[in-house]
Write a protein that binds this ligand. Structure first.
Ligand SMILES: *Cc1c(COP(=O)(O)O)cnc(C)c1O
Length: 401
């Protein structure tokens, strides 16, 4: 354990971790099950095109999220693009800026205009009132993001969409296995999209899934993710290829087998982070509603620049020096990045305020409780000596300049 700021690696102390500690290392799986499934797929000689493993994954995801239809895809970004095309969206689509860039990029990739709305500072998800204020005659849809697995104000967003005759979808890449109001994420809006990227709580190397209760939309999604095969209309039949392979499905199924353990591990980690860091002035941890099912995939610290004398960026640098690879999820916010920054400048005060504060701390099944204790020791030391660390770091920098 580190006791004084001399112990910090930033000031010449020994690194706390020999090997880097990450956010989003692939969760542990039972390898023998994966290899059994891969061998089975090879023996079966059916490697893609809606094979039995992809179908099994779709069935399990549909059941877990309580929806009628699931279409597995090669990743979530392609799934978002497929959904936008299949739902016939045009013109402008309202999205949050406090998200991973893929949400806006998917809209943009199809030649539509993402319009950024601000967040509610309490939920960090889309503020329904701000969304409503940004609707124009060109707006065709809203795509909400359940940021860090904490659900959007789904009912309010559904009302805004219905009142304005536009569609509503969700990028639910963070919210697999989560409930809100006791209802499963997956069943809200016209459809929801999950990511099974290697860094996510359930992974299929690369992969994703779209879930929906809309029979017509499900049929279009299924056809269009396979070149349009199966759709009668010639014009509609120009599809793409966004299918999930059997190898990806084998991994996805094996990862799903361990999902319960991953959640239990993440929850214990989250509770430990909260015990260790819960009462430090200047530092906040986002909360998960214990009444709901959660995946506890992310532990997000907020370093408040008004009450902490240490800026988030310095804490980030200080942790990296210790081999603690904390991530600024999400900073800069998407509207602060190119091409949006120059091409569609907009001011989003709550998003910008939050983007200046957030830091995702190491989580996942490869991060042990002992690791978390040691990370918390460093964070506590850093925040409580914030002013002194800030002065020394500035001095160090001016000397090296
Ligand atoms: C990971 C992520 C995506 C992209 O998922 P891929 O499967 O990597 O394409 C999209 N949106 C959000 C919010 C994400 O976190």
């Amino acid at each position: 354990m580190k006791r004084t700021i001399e112990d910090l690696a930033l000031f010449g102390g020994r690194k706390a971790f020999l090997h880097p500690l990450y956010v989003g290392r692939p969760n542990k799986i039972d390898r023998s099950r994966l290899f059994d499934r891969l061998n089975w797929a090879l023996d079966n000689q059916w490697l893609t095109n809606g094979g039995p493993l992809a179908r099994e994954l779709e069935d399990r995801v549909a059941e877990l999220t309580g929806v009628r239809h699931c279409v597995a895809t090669c990743n979530a970004t392609a799934a978002l693009q497929l959904l936008i095309r299949s739902a016939g969206l045009t013109g402008e689509v309202i999205v949050p800026s406090m998200t991973f860039a893929a949400t806006a990029h998917a809209v943009r990739w199809l030649g539509l205009d993402p319009v950024f709305a601000d967040i509610d500072p309490v939920t960090a998800c889309l503020d329904p009132a701000d969304v409503a204020a940004r609707i124009t005659p060109r707006t065709s849809a809203i795509i909400g993001v359940h940021l860090w697995g904490r659900p959007c104000a789904v009912d309010e967003l559904e009302k805004v969409a219905a009142d304005n005759g536009i569609q509503l979808f969700f990028d639910s890449a963070h919210a697999f296995g989560v409930t809100t109001g006791g209802r499963d994420i997956g069943g809200f809006g016209g459809a929801e999209v999950f990511s099974f990227h290697a860094t996510k709580v359930v992974n299929s190397f690369e992969g994703g899934a779209i879930v929906t209760d809309d029979d017509g939309l499900a049929e279009r999604l299924r056809a269009l993710h396979n070149f349009g095969i199966g759709l009668g209309e010639v014009n509609e039949a120009a599809g793409t290829n966004a299918k999930m392979s059997e190898a990806a499905a084998a991994m996805g199924l094996t990862s799903l087998d361990s999902f319960g353990e991953a959640i239990a591990h993440n929850m214990a980690g989250y509770e430990l982070y909260r015990r260790e860091l819960g009462r430090i002035p200047g530092l906040g941890l986002i909360e998960y509603d214990a009444e709901e099912r959660q995946n506890y995939q992310y532990v997000i610290a907020r370093v408040d620049p008004e009450t902490s004398s240490l800026h988030r960026d310095l804490l980030h640098a200080l942790l990296h020096a210790e081999n603690v690879i904390a991530m600024k999820y999400f900073s800069p916010a998407v509207h602060q990045m190119e091409p949006y920054r120059s091409q569609a400048p907009v001011s989003l005060p709550h998003t910008e305020h939050l983007a200046d504060q957030v830091l995702a701390l190491p989580t996942g099944t490869t991060v042990s409780l002992e690791d978390i204790r040691r990370v918390c020791n460093i964070v506590r030391l850093a925040i409580t000596h914030g002013a002194e660390i800030t002065r020394r770091a500035a001095r160090q920098q001016s000397q090296s300049a």
